[in-house]
Write a protein that binds this ligand. Structure first.
Ligand SMILES: [Zn+2]
Length: 212
């Protein structure tokens, strides 16, 4: 419960970050709470780009970080008009921040979390030393084929759903802004190769602090 001040007991998600500690400083009473400011890694891409496959393969194999699929916390209640799903992203960042306090950075897999403005606008963003974005991308045809192969209950065979994710896939391919989104192409790549590429990307960006 990092957001509750140890000294005055008030709740604040918007603590002031003092990089000297780093400390999360209570805006009510000035109490300095030392905390671990770790990087957050995000592996994204449109539905069908391959992120769940990679997450499943790396879970239990890659133990320097905590790997989570952001879909596990999704609930229709988060889908409120005019909010851009902000509550959902704040909940995720709060959870990742709290996991980080045990000394392991989080690698978060998901579609919406890969759009930097969804994350960078969050109050909880300040508790991470950096956020690194990676997108898995592929051709329109392969994306469509993968979505059509899924079981009906997932609702991904619907033409509107497929069109939406083809557009999202193109958005990742054409994105050319800050913060940077790195890309891995999965069209003609065996799943195990993609898994290895993502694993290397994670290793490069972990910045694991030495134990003190
Ligand atoms: Zn306080």
């Amino acid at each position: 419960m990092m957001n509750v001040c140890f000294q005055c007991g008030m709740y604040h998600a918007d603590k002031i970050i003092d990089p000297a500690g780093p400390f999360a400083v209570c805006p009510e009473c000035g109490f300095k709470h030392p905390f671990r400011q770790l990087p957050l890694l995000i592996v994204s891409g449109a539905s069908g780009a391959g992120k769940s496959t990679v997450c499943q393969h790396l879970s239990g194999q890659l133990t320097q970080a905590v790997l989570l699929d952001s879909d596990i916390l999704w609930r229709p209640e988060f889908n409120r008009p005019g909010t851009d799903h902000r509550d959902y992203f704040e909940v995720w960042l709060r959870l990742c921040k709290n996991i980080s306090q045990s000394g392991r950075p989080v690698v978060l897999f998901g579609a919406g979390v890969g759009v930097p403005e969804n994350i960078e606008a969050c109050i909880e963003r300040r508790y991470f030393s950096s956020v690194h974005y990676l997108a898995l991308v592929c051709s329109d045809a392969i994306l469509s084929e993968r979505l059509q192969r899924r079981p009906i209950w997932r609702g991904t065979r619907d033409a509107e759903y497929i069109d939406g994710h083809i557009r999202f896939n193109r958005w990742f391919k054409e994105y050319d802004s800050q913060p940077v989104i790195e890309r891995i192409e999965t069209t003609n790549t065996l799943p195990e190769v993609t898994v290895a590429q993502v694993s290397s990307w994670i290793d490069e960006h972990l910045e694991v602090p030495s134990d003190d």
